[in-house]
Structure formats: C-alpha cells, structure tokens
Write a protein that binds this ligand. Structure first.
Ligand SMILES: *Cc1c(COP(=O)(O)O)cnc(C)c1O
Length: 478
C-alpha cells in the first residue's frame, strides 16, 4: 500500500526552495513568530510526483479500464470537450457580471435548451438542476405548483417498482405520497393494474424509460392515455436517454415533464458523486412554472428573465453547472443529429450483443432483448455461498470496474451491465469471457478464490459504509 505523505517525509529532503529577499528578523514582530515548526512534510520533488501518480494508478477509471456500470452510462468523454470547458473566455466569467458581458455564455445555454427540446420533444427547458435526482425534484415541484394553480388537490405519485430508486425519494422529498406499482415479470406495466390505483388524487406517474431492467415500456401509449384521461401528468425519468436518442422522443410519447442527465448521455466525466447536470424539460402549459431566471431573447439580446410570477423559484445558484453545460453542448454539436442517433443505436446493439452471448448461460429476468443495458441474475448458478458481490470483487482482479450490483432491487443477485456505444467488439468479447469464467467456472469449482477476491488491488474488501461515514483522513497518531 502506498505510504502517506508524512511517512515519506524525511528531515534531510525538501520539495521546495524558497528564496527570501527580506530579512525576516527585522520585519516579523517577535510575538507573531511561530514557537514550533509548522510540521510540513519534506519530500523530494520527484518522489512527490511518483507518490501522486502511483496513487492515481490504483484507481479504476474510465480512462484505464472498461467500466460497464449499469444505469450510469460511463461512455468515453471526448477530450476536446475538456479543452472547450477550459477556454479562458468561459473560465474567466463571473456569474454576477452584467448580462451584456455574458452574451456568449447565455447564447450557448439558450441554444442547448433548444437542442434539448428538439432531442426530447419538450417545449421548454431549465438547465439549473445539478443532477438527475435534483431534476426529478425540480420536475415534481413544478407538478405540485401546477396543480395548486388549477386548484386541484392531488397528493400522490405512482412509481413502478422498476423505476430508479431516486424517483420515490424525490417524490417524497417534494411532499407527495408514493403509490408503488408492481411491474410484470417482463418488467412492463400492466395498464389494468394501473387503472386500479389511478384515482383523482394522483398528480403524476413517474416512469423510467427504458426501466431499470433495460426494457422499453411497451404499453406507453395506453399508460399515457389513462394518465391524461384521469387528469394526471406523466413524468419521464430520462437519465437513460442514451437508449432512445434520435429514435423516440418523450414529448411525442405523451410525457409532460422530464429530466435529462447531461453527465450520462451527453458525455461528461462523472462518478464518485459528481459533477452532474439534470436539465428539466416541460410541455408548454408548464413553462410558467420553470425556475427563474429563464434565458430569453429581447431586442436581439439574451436576457435573464426573473419576472415569472408562477415560477417555483430558484433551484441552484446562478444558471446551473456551467462547465457541464459547455461539455454537453460541444458533444451535441460534434455529433449532430445523425451522430446522436448512431450513438443510441450502437449502445443498444452493444448491450444486445453481450446479452445474446450470456443469456443462455446465465439467467436473465426480463426476456431476451434489451435496450442500452441488461440485468443478469446468476443466482441459480451460485454454489458454496458465492454471491454477486464476490463476482464483482473478482472482476477487479481481472482489471475491470464492476457492473452495478444488487440493482434493481426486484432482481435477486442482480448484475446490471451497460457497455455504452464507445466500446469495441474486442473489449466486449473479452469481458464476456471473463464474466462467464468467474460465474460459471471459478465460482463453482474454485469458490474460495472468488470469495477471497480482490487479491490484486492495494486494499481488499472495504467497509464502504464505515469508510463513507467515518473516513480517516490523516495518519494515526498525528
Ligand atoms: C442515474 C440515474 C438517476 C439519478 O441521477 P443522478 O445524477 O445520479 O442524481 C435517476 N434515474 C435513472 C434512471 C438513473 O440512471
């Protein structure tokens, strides 16, 4: 394991060379001088560089390994986007500058909103939310405010069990009561079952499409009709837009509100909690409720309109996560309409290719076809007390980031794989081979090896809860 900085430190070395051209003795009053050394570490410059480079090499990153983390869309993030986000003209901006001096930045945000409208079939967008879940919360506040404005008391949100876990959490946070809906064996929603719980108190139905089993909701037209006949709205969790871009638009499918995860579908580096951006799109009748300010054009100038009396208010400081907005805009412009469609097509093809190679060997809960990701349940293969967690840890030994595990909750021992469009057939084949070997051979014939994994990493099995709740950030005894 890599030593800590203070363990590397030695009295005889220094990573700095300070040239002092004042006579400190005469400038600094005696009472302000330190009584003891500040305890800084002394490390030669090249050792320091090695220390940090070696630490970074212990990380499993998208730039070093295949990263099939289901539901997270870990696609290649083009480096040109990083360059654009670092342009001085953008980096040097301050959000409190006068509007006239922010015209370029406002134009980009305005244009991105227009592009998102076109991609999604919605009428207006806000770029403020800082993540997918924050987008859900924003969308639900809009729904709540809308029903308040039309004086209807609707306090419930229907959330199928195949939705992303953030959906019920966001709805509860926004003050709604959740009505769960059990999905069918193939992951779809049964409209007859929906009818039974669709009362006059239901404000909205929240659907994740494709759902967490990687399945497109085949009854969507009927669900949309039922919801609207009941006066309820339809919410689209569009974090998985990478599956349908250029093929289907939530707005055309009947959805009234949605969020998009720019950090997933539109390729910006994310993981470990951020950074993110979860723009929210709405149909025209909900536009007055969007957060302020909205970017508008007046006398050929971009302006920030704060005068929207029905607005839910502000959801984030200033305009949203601007560097992410820039990267997403660069990505959309670089790919164009055909490129985006191609990305989704390829993402779905890659997932189905992998699924077709695995489904005869390892059980698949939701049928034989998927969208951009799929879920395996190796439960029937496991013996000798091996579990999905062990398989995930063993994958690390083979140099892979593990897929999402134990999600969705409706599948026992779930392994959720999302290859994305930017991986080659060779990479997919190699991963299929390794995953099959671990599940079908090692876990059966050499189960201790799988249970003891990982052995090739600098630390083995961490107590992840403890590490998050009580992190030890300095050396013991210091
Ligand atoms: C990732 C994801 C979310 C949550 O997005 P965050 O940016 O992590 O808050 C919501 N729904 C689905 C389907 C997702 O995949």
């Amino acid at each position: 394991m890599e030593k800590l900085l203070n363990e590397l430190s030695s009295e005889s070395a220094a990573a700095y060379n300070v040239a002092c051209d004042v006579e400190s003795d005469c400038v600094i009053p005696e009472n302000l001088k330190r009584k003891s050394s500040p305890g800084l570490v002394n490390i030669p410059e090249n050792d320091l560089q090695r220390h940090f480079t070696n630490l970074s090499r212990q990380n499993y990153a998208l730039s070093t390994v295949f990263y099939p983390l289901g539901s997270c869309t870990m696609k290649y993030n083009p480096l040109v986007n990083e360059r654009i986000a670092k342009f001085d003209g953008f980096n040097g901006l301050h959000p409190l500058q006068p509007e006239e001096t922010l015209q370029g930045a406002l134009e980009i945000m305005y244009n991105l909103q227009k592009d998102l409208c076109e991609i999604s079939g919605m009428d207006s967008f806000t770029l403020q939310p800082a993540a997918g879940a924050h987008g859900e919360f924003t969308g639900l506040l809009i729904i709540a405010k809308y029903f308040k404005s039309v004086k209807q008391k609707r306090t419930k949100i229907i959330v199928p069990d195949s939705a992303h876990g953030t959906n019920p959490a966001s709805a509860a946070f926004a003050g709604f009561e959740i009505i769960p809906l059990k999905s069918e064996a193939d992951g779809s929603i049964n409209p007859e079952k929906l009818k039974e719980i669709l009362t006059s108190e239901v404000a909205a139905i929240m659907l994740t499409v494709p759902n967490t089993l990687g399945v497109f909701e085949k009854n969507i037209a009927q669900i949309s009709k039922l919801a609207h006949e009941n006066g309820s709205l339809l919410y689209y969790d569009g974090a998985n837009l990478n599956a349908v871009m250029g093929y289907a638009r939530p707005g055309d499918l009947g959805f009234d509100v949605m969020h998009i995860n720019l950090h997933k579908t539109f390729s910006t580096p994310h993981g470990g909690g951020g950074p993110g951006s979860g723009p929210v799109g709405v149909k025209a009748f909900l536009e007055p409720f969007l957060p302020v300010p909205q970017i508008e054009i007046k006398n050929s100038k971009y302006i920030l309109n704060y005068k929207k009396p029905k607005s839910i208010g502000k959801m984030k400081a200033f305009f949203g996560n601007f560097p992410i907005i820039l990267r997403a805009y660069a990505y959309i412009k670089a790919l164009g309409a055909d490129g985006l469609k191609n990305a989704s097509g390829q993402a779905v093809l890659n997932a189905n290719y992998m699924l077709s190679k695995l489904k005869d060997k390892i059980s698949v809960p939701a049928g034989g076809r998927c969208m951009h990701e799929f879920v395996l349940s190796p439960k029937s293969v496991f013996q000798n007390g091996v579990h999905t967690l062990d398989v995930a840890k063993r994958l690390l030994d083979y140099g892979y980031y593990a897929p999402t595990i134990y999600f969705p909750l409706i599948v026992e021992e779930a392994i959720m794989v999302e290859p994305t469009e930017t991986e080659s057939k060779e990479t997919l084949d190699k991963f299929i081979e390794v995953l099959s070997k671990i599940i079908l051979e090692e876990s059966v014939c050499d189960s201790q090896k799988v249970k003891d994994a990982p052995v090739n990493t600098s630390v083995a099995r961490l107590n992840e809860v403890e590490a998050a709740r009580k992190p030890i950030l300095k050396a013991v005894g210091n």
